[in-house]
Design a protein around this ligand. Structure first.
Ligand SMILES: [Zn+2]
Ligand SMILES: [Zn+2]
Length: 341
């Protein structure tokens, strides 16, 4: 079978390797689709602080079970699945308390361990989650980023009836806004500086889409929600400007969730955060229950994934996919690699 290997930033080769044999508690997955996300792009550019080369990528993935290990129960050959890419120790404090997404030794497939970008992938059955038969493999590959969004939304508990603001209408911001609506939020306002991304959010059913190059963030929030403003602001852009907007304009005593990864050291006004008793939260990846919620949101048509697919590429064109993303930064939402037909 073929296996993708990024040998150094900007260079991808395909190695011919034997199809792996699943262990007793493993399954062999015929890999169908792989999504490319911001973290993969950082690896491509040599800007991912925790990844070394060579590395096989692929953590947003769907496929079908091709073979079952001797002791695997509850899964069937041919079943459509997605894979949870976290590798954790099971013994550290967070692991012992159910928060394995925060494992002290956390490794993620495609970054610190071998990713799924090969024609077949052997993986522990516990990391495999079935997706509905009617779900496409493309959608299946996008359950991972949706799980990121679901986990982020849930940082404030139940959002039913809440008024929310999402800053940043890229793939994760879009999915946070959609997931929040799908999970019962009353009204969601999303902001960005790109009309194209805001148009995409509108297409996905987000109530209010505001371009903050054209309209002041604080004014837009007052217009949207009145003097009580929003209950939560999710920062899905992660820079000094957006976190600055959130801290400056959040209702006193309300919650800000940092969803995006800050690219540099933050310079934000913590004195205001203090004075307004703002609850600053953050969020890291997801756990199994978030995968289940993400799958249910798509199955029940409360979240739409298809509008986010910008372009698809064949397996052998992996490099072209990155070149396409670099050349179409603003318009690209999600690029999918079709590993097999
Ligand atoms: Zn990702
Ligand atoms: Zn651990």
């Amino acid at each position: 079978m073929l296996q993708q290997v990024m040998t150094k930033p900007g260079e991808i080769i395909f190695k011919e390797v034997p199809i792996p044999e699943p262990g007793e508690h493993q399954v062999l997955v015929k890999i169908m689709d792989i999504g490319i996300c911001g973290s993969d792009i950082h690896v491509y550019h040599g800007e991912h602080p925790f990844t070394s080369y060579p590395v096989t990528q692929g953590h947003e993935v769907s496929g079908a079970i091709a073979k079952l290990g001797a002791k695997v129960e509850g899964l069937q050959i041919g079943q459509k699945v997605t894979i949870e890419p976290q590798v954790y120790c099971n013994t550290c404090y967070p692991c012992r308390h159910g928060k394995y997404n925060l494992c002290e030794e956390l490794k993620v497939m495609g970054f610190q361990t071998t990713g799924t970008a090969s024609e077949f992938f052997a993986v522990d059955a516990s990391k495999v989650t079935p997706i509905p038969e009617e779900m496409s493999f493309e959608e299946g590959a996008m359950i991972e980023p949706l799980a990121v969004a679901v986990h982020g939304v849930k940082q404030v508990g139940d959002v039913t009836g809440m008024n929310l603001v999402v800053i940043g209408a890229g793939p994760i911001g879009n999915l946070v806004a959609q997931a929040a609506k799908g999970m019962g939020a009353a009204k969601v306002m999303i902001t960005d500086v790109s009309d194209l991304r805001l148009e995409k959010a509108r297409e996905c059913g987000i109530d209010l889409c505001v371009n903050t190059m054209k309209q002041d963030f604080g004014t837009a929030m007052l217009e949207a929600f009145g003097p009580d403003k929003a209950d939560v602001i999710y920062d899905c852009a992660g820079n000094n400007i957006t976190m600055g907007q959130a801290i400056k304009h959040a209702r006193k005593g309300s919650i800000i969730v940092l969803v995006a990864v800050f690219a540099q050291m933050a310079e934000v006004d913590l004195a205001v955060a203090n004075d307004h008793e703002l609850d600053l939260k953050s969020t890291m990846m997801y756990r199994h229950e978030d995968y289940l919620d993400a799958i249910a949101l798509v199955k029940d048509e409360r979240v739409q994934l298809r509008p986010l697919i910008s372009q698809t590429f064949a397996f052998q064109d992996y490099l072209k996919a990155y070149q396409y993303i670099d050349n179409n930064r603003e318009t690209t939402m999600k690029v999918i690699i079709h590993v097999q037909e």
